[in-house]
Design a binder for this molecule. Structure first.
Ligand SMILES: Nc1ncnc2c1ncn2[C@@H]1O[C@H](COP(=O)(O)OP(=O)(O)O)[C@@H](O)[C@H]1O
Ligand SMILES: [Mg+2]
Length: 343
């Protein structure tokens, strides 16, 4: 197994098989979309109002850690409003011209999805402001003193942006979204629903206790739930055993996913804070270097879950392990004075 196939480690990593499976599994409508009740209600209202007035819906920003359903929701927005969908992404827009090409070819009412919108080039951001507000762009012609800009009307569209790091978006861009949805980690009953649905699609006979066990160990993330389910299916198949709770335990042990769903990278981060920095505080960049990861990955992929389950806290002075973290890793708490003034 290579690092890239690590089952838990990075919810952003998608193998080809996984992409195909995800595509098949994606709920097509808001009704099929599990959980995120608040966001679903908000989106429903927004889309319905737009439909009643026969106009394009307001621009929508979807924010949250990887694997929680941002791409799925973007597709649902297009599907529910019966509009075509154009997909692009921040890294694909490295020049204003890349964005101009997309914007000027939009069909009226089209939904434009820009994934990882925080990674779009700065020069394109400015073009996007105008496009979002007035459905117009300025095309620059020529260079230097003789350069002129030619205004161009574009078709009205709905922008759906997705980001794992809404904090990185410049304010003028953030302000132009009519609605921002913050996706939350899923609770266990919701994850069980996701898993039951996936098991049906995989034609996998799996019992309730096994489903519950996976739901408790998938980092609150549907993408990981589905991924673990496939590993359990493999394990049961290869070992000629039923997909029971024991099979789940054995498979997840094989893939280094612990009882709370922490994977290798989660554990590396926690162990670094605990042992190398005596529980912290330690700055993000130091922490990232110590575990050999990008700061962005540690911040947007690893930390949100560790914070959410109460093992790590982010303080102005740096990252600090909580008391629960010392317990989870079976270590005696050090630095307890520091720890208590941090909290
Ligand atoms: N609310 C949900 N209900 C059912 N399945 C979901 C839900 N959210 C995500 N999934 C599944 O998880 C996988 C990842 O979702 P995706 O939309 O690609 O996440 P993101 O774009 O936020 O990284 C998809 O296979 C999708 O079917
Ligand atoms: Mg996505």
């Amino acid at each position: 197994m290579t690092d890239n196939e690590d089952v838990g480690a990075n919810p952003t990593i998608e193998s080809e098989a996984e992409l195909a499976f995800e595509g098949a599994l994606r709920p097509k409508s808001l009704d099929e979309f599990v959980g995120q009740q608040k966001v679903r209600g908000q989106l429903q209202l927004l889309l319905k109002a737009a439909a009643m007035q026969n106009r394009t819906a307001d621009h929508i920003l979807l924010a949250g850690p990887p694997g929680l359903g941002k791409t799925t929701l973007a597709m649902i927005v297009a599907h529910e409003s019966n509009r075509p969908l154009r997909m692009s992404s921040g890294p694909a827009i490295q020049h204003a011209g890349d964005l101009a090409a997309v914007l000027s070819s939009l069909l009226p009412g089209e939904v434009l999805f820009i994934d990882e919108i925080h990674r779009m080039a700065r020069s394109a951001e400015e073009m996007l402001y105008l496009a979002m507000e007035d459905f117009r762009i300025d095309i620059m012609v020529g260079k230097g003193a003789g350069a002129t800009s030619i205004p161009l009307d574009i078709a009205p569209f709905t922008l759906v942006g997705a980001t794992t790091r809404s904090g990185l978006l410049p304010n003028p861009l953030r302000d132009r979204f009519g609605f921002t949805a913050h996706l939350e980690f899923y609770d266990e009953p919701e994850l069980e629903q996701v898993l039951v649905r996936a098991a049906v699609m995989l034609d996998l006979d799996i019992d309730r206790t096994a489903i519950a066990e996976i739901a408790g160990r998938c980092r609150g993330t549907p993408r990981i739930a589905n991924r673990l389910l496939r590993r359990v299916r493999d394990y049961a198949l290869v070992n000629h055993i039923p997909a029971s709770r024991d099979a789940v335990r054995a498979a997840l042990e094989l893939y280094d996913v612990d009882e709370r769903g922490l994977d290798r990278l989660d554990r590396a981060v926690m162990q670094t804070v605990l042992t190398r920095f005596d529980g912290g505080p330690v700055g993000l960049s130091t922490l990232a270097v110590s575990v050999g990861e990008e700061a962005e990955t540690v911040e947007s992929v690893v930390e949100p879950f560790l914070v959410r389950i109460g093992l790590l806290s982010r303080t102005p002075r740096g990252r600090v392990a909580t008391r629960a973290a010392w317990e989870h890793f079976g270590m005696a708490e050090r630095n307890s004075t520091l720890f208590s003034d941090e909290l």
